[in-house]
Ligand binder design. Sequence first.
Ligand SMILES: Nc1nc2c(ncn2[C@@H]2O[C@H](COP(=O)(O)OP(=O)(O)OP(=O)(O)O)[C@@H](O)[C@H]2O)c(=O)[nH]1
Ligand SMILES: [Mg+2]
Length: 301
Amino acid sequence: MEDSKININWFPGHMAKAFRSMEKEINLVDVIIYVLDSRAPFSCINPKFTTLVGNKPIVYVFNKYDIGKKSIVDEWMRYFKKENSLCIAMDSTASGTGKKIENAIRELSADKIEKYRLKNMNCTLRAMVIGVPNSGKSTLINNLCGKAKTITGDKPGVTKGKQWVKIASGIELLDMPGTLWPSFDNNIVARHLAYIGSIREEVLDIPELAMAFISDIRSLDKSILENRYNISISDESNLEVLEKICESRKFVVRGGDYDYDRGCATIITDFKQGRMGAITLESPQDIKSLTKKDKKEKKDV
Ligand SMILES: Nc1nc2c(ncn2[C@@H]2O[C@H](COP(=O)(O)OP(=O)(O)OP(=O)(O)O)[C@@H](O)[C@H]2O)c(=O)[nH]1
Ligand SMILES: [Mg+2]
């Protein structure tokens, strides 16, 4: 795979503030709901969360399971499963699927529930919902409530501040803004987060990202592009593949040249919207390349 380097620098003030807020609230909660995007679950693991979460029980929610490749997501679920944690596959846009999250919160809080039961007292369980931007945290909470109590949206950075939401069963959920980390030291992780829509488009170079995507998706499975755009791919360059896509979609500008920008934007949007089918970009066999630190670029002296 060509290691296309894309530059990302998006750590706005509301994310730094969200971390401070999480540090304050963490002691109030019994369980962490860690929402991962099934299309790139490992890339959704925020290194800044590790110390924050400490030993709290975690429910890893493999959200957007409907647009992930099930066999690979299932492998990830086995990989993430450890003591004091549960893994749940979820399509938060399908109503009524939230019951399994509620059950998981109760299962991980069994000791607290029992302690309160012995004292004949009501027990309120609290869970903090965390994850990278656009992974579906607010949608998941609305699913559990059965109503739109939080604002959701098709772009990262929709939730800007914390919000407590009480669900019918008495459980209280804390919606948090999606958070990234100040700098990425693995470019594959950075690219995957960009493809799944965790990074604001305004800070990305879309043509550069689309070329990287063509390269990555070809090494994963070229039939994904062939089927989506009704083209055939053999040993063309990535630019020639983009031209085939433009040709197939009739993306041409006046004078007959290809409308490259439109082609690039379409590819990125199609993947983000799940229009290329069920895809998971990374599998547990890729851990080595996902955790290897990029070489620092040499500075001119
Ligand atoms: N296909 C699919 N789409 C989902 C799922 N969950 C959420 N979405 C979509 O993902 C987008 C982001 O959802 P949000 O709930 O706003 O995500 P968030 O994690 O709260 O985002 P921030 O507040 O920006 O951090 C929306 O367009 C949702 O409709 C899911 O399970 N499957
Ligand atoms: Mg949100």
